[in-house]
Write a protein that binds this ligand. Structure first.
Ligand SMILES: Cc1cc2nc3c(=O)[nH]c(=O)nc-3n(C[C@H](O)[C@H](O)[C@H](O)COP(=O)(O)OP(=O)(O)OC[C@H]3O[C@@H](n4cnc5c(N)ncnc54)[C@H](O)[C@@H]3O)c2cc1C
Length: 247
């Protein structure tokens, strides 16, 4: 039988695409079989908050702690050997990414600036960003979209300027997002509530302030500050109902 590929991978989410990339790096010919036909086929990876975490724990935590966290959150459904495999691989993923930044021939060569790091996420990803902010002193800023902390204490972990984004139609997280803003008294903070945005749409409705914020804080485009702070700020008019303090 004619050999067409070395490896067939089912599913084009993070897991499948990462496996295919790694296989290609190791010299194998891989094919990804994805059942979604549309260009932006739905999968969990497309909706993820973007923060790398393992059951809301830092991926570099000790393997037994991560394994325990995965098993606990699984309410009896978790297969311990898979939890252990995931816990053991997570920190390696971060090490791999940083190593790729300096590796000759890598497509990520010198594309990562690890001196300036933003962390952010949507919904659960926002909540885990509070945890991340408490653990990682290298962060330059954090962004929290449609995800307030459950106990109102998430702000205690913040150390750097913080962006909160909510949606006026978000019945899940808006009240907690507003409470986080009210509670935050330790860092400069900006909150915008986007008129008409839902829990889900807040992330895409908020992409213009998110990009401007990152260009300001990571790209040193200090002129972007006036888009957020001051009488005529861009993200304080129209659909953006905003407040700021601590600047
Ligand atoms: C709203 C939301 C926010 C999240 N936030 C975070 C976060 O901030 N941080 C975090 O670490 N995790 C987060 N997660 C979890 C994270 O998104 C998932 O753990 C991760 O994306 C799973 O990746 P995956 O590749 O295993 O699955 P998926 O991304 O779901 O990919 C599976 C793919 O397989 C395809 N498929 C399924 N069956 C077949 C078949 N029979 N044949 C062919 N193709 C098939 C599907 O169409 C899909 O494209 C979040 C999840 C959601 C929903």
């Amino acid at each position: 039988m004619e050999k067409l590929f070395d490896l067939a991978i089912v599913g084009g989410g993070y897991a499948g695409l990462a496996a295919a990339n790694r296989a290609a790096q190791l010299g194998l010919e891989a094919v990804v079989l994805e059942r979604g036909a549309e260009e932006a086929y739905p999968c969990n990876s497309r909706y993820a908050g973007g923060v790398l975490h393992v059951s809301y724990h830092n991926v570099t935590d000790p393997v037994p702690d991560l394994t325990r966290a995965i098993v606990e959150i699984g309410e009896g459904w978790t297969r311990p050997e898979l939890a252990s495999a995931m816990a053991g691989s997570s920190a390696r993923a971060v090490d791999w990414l940083i190593a790729e930044n300096t590796k000759a021939g890598s497509q990520y060569l010198q594309k990562l600036n690890i001196a300036k790091i933003a962390s952010g996420g949507h919904s659960q990803g926002s909540i885990s960003t509070f945890a991340f902010a408490g653990m990682d002193t290298r962060l330059t800023t954090t962004i929290h979209v449609a995800g307030g902390s459950f106990d109102g204490n998430g702000y205690r972990n913040l150390k750097k300027p913080t962006l909160y984004i909510g949606g006026s139609g978000d019945t899940l997280a808006l009240s907690n997002t507003k409470r986080d803003y009210e509670n935050t008294n330790n860092v400069p903070v900006f909150l915008t509530v986007i008129e008409g945005a839902s829990h889900t749409s807040a992330a895409r409705d908020g992409w213009t302030p998110i990009v401007a914020w990152l260009r300001w804080h990571l790209g040193d485009e200090v002129q972007r500050k006036s888009m957020f702070i001051g009488a005529n700020c861009d993200f304080c008019t129209g659909k953006f109902v905003s407040q700021s303090k601590g600047w």
